[in-house]
Design a protein around this ligand. Structure first.
Ligand code: SF4
Length: 327
């Protein structure tokens, strides 16, 4: 396994008390594989990613338990300097907001070239040539001319392509993309997602795709981990989840995807709001919003049951996963 997160716990000290943002998350991704991590905001998906990348704000954040094994090495035990070497060269991250991630006063070419001068010790001329090559690779038209332009001179979709180029520059083994297409319109979203998937296949990288939108991952992910209140509530190969979810929360997320054949109908929305992480409900954290909740759900935390029915592993943290899966 390229990356394996084991029983990770992360909390934040806030004025309201201790917010338990990540509560025992375990997942893994292999080279050439795409894992989509799904959940509403506050589910812990981005905090887990930031902890993997080593960019969590500490304090107020604090890792209280767990391991993050990258090619067998526990990243949590590395010194900051070693961690920095892993970041960029071996794993890279793509954020939602390209405009605030790029430096507005430097040309995109200068920012791309810097990756090669700093990390690979290339001359400025060679690094510039590499920058043009990268922009070509992410299909930015007229790359030779546009390499001299500034971030604000690009559209949102093109800027996101530049972010992908920067993340790919050093050919890392793992890329974490945190809501990479959320700020874009639907057509551009699909193009950027296709490009990301294509490059990931070509370079045989591991990809963790973080999103709140089940609609964008169907064609690109191999497997999905659904998170709620800092825990994984369902994990499965992508097609199994679309066919039949084994957790009521996943079912709610699926039902809230807009569908062309239901044009004009009101869109389903999961009732209520995600919990305050300083006061996670007892038992199953989803119970106040769950249409299938029973008494046991209010008292007993459901473990991640093994719900494998074919070859591929599946898990669901629902006491009533059978009813959900076959209901
Ligand atoms: Fe709903 Fe109970 Fe399953 Fe939680 S354990 S998802 S409350 S049915």
């Amino acid at each position: 396994m390229l990356l394996e997160v084991r029983d990770l716990h992360v909390e934040f000290h806030t004025r309201d008390g201790v917010a338990k943002a990540v509560n025992g998350v375990s997942y893994g991704v292999d080279a050439g594989e795409t894992l989509a991590v799904l959940g509403e905001s506050g589910s812990g998906k981005s905090v887990t990613a930031q902890t993997i990348m080593g960019i969590l704000d500490i304090p107020p954040g604090r890792v209280t338990a767990g391991e993050i094994l990258f090619e067998g090495r526990d990243l949590l035990k590395l010194k900051e300097e070693e961690r920095r070497k892993v970041r960029g060269a071996e794993m890279a991250m793509i954020f939602q907001d390209a405009l605030s991630s790029l430096n507005p006063v430097l040309t995109v070419g200068a920012q791309l070239a810097e990756m090669f001068t700093v990390h690979r010790g290339m001359s400025r001329k060679d690094a510039h040539a590499k920058a043009v090559e990268l922009m070509d690779r992410v299909r930015i038209p007229a790359a030779k001319e546009r390499v001299r332009q500034y971030p604000h001179q690009f559209s949102g979709g093109m800027r996101q392509r530049i972010m992908i180029a920067m993340a790919m520059a050093l050919e890392p083994k793992l890329i974490i993309a945190d809501e990479p297409t959320t700020a874009l319109d639907v057509t551009v979203q699909a193009q950027v997602m296709d490009l990301l998937a294509e490059l990931q296949r070509e370079l045989h990288m591991g990809l963790i795709l973080i999103t709140h939108d089940l609609g964008v991952v169907a064609d690109v992910a191999d497997k999905i981990a659904v998170m709620y209140a800092g825990r994984i509530v369902e994990t499965a190969p992508v097609h199994d989840i679309y066919k039949a979810p084994a957790h009521p929360y996943t079912r709610g997320l699926l039902e809230s995807i807009p569908r062309l054949d239901q044009k004009g109908q009101e869109l389903y929305a999961i009732k209520g709001l995600p919990p305050n992480l300083t006061r996670i409900p007892p038992g199953c954290a989803f119970h106040p919003r769950c249409p299938m909740a029973q008494d046991v759900c209010r008292t007993d935390v459901p473990p991640l049951y093994d719900v494998t029915e074919s070859d591929a592993e599946r898990g669901s943290a629902c006491h009533f996963w059978r009813e959900c899966l076959h209901g």
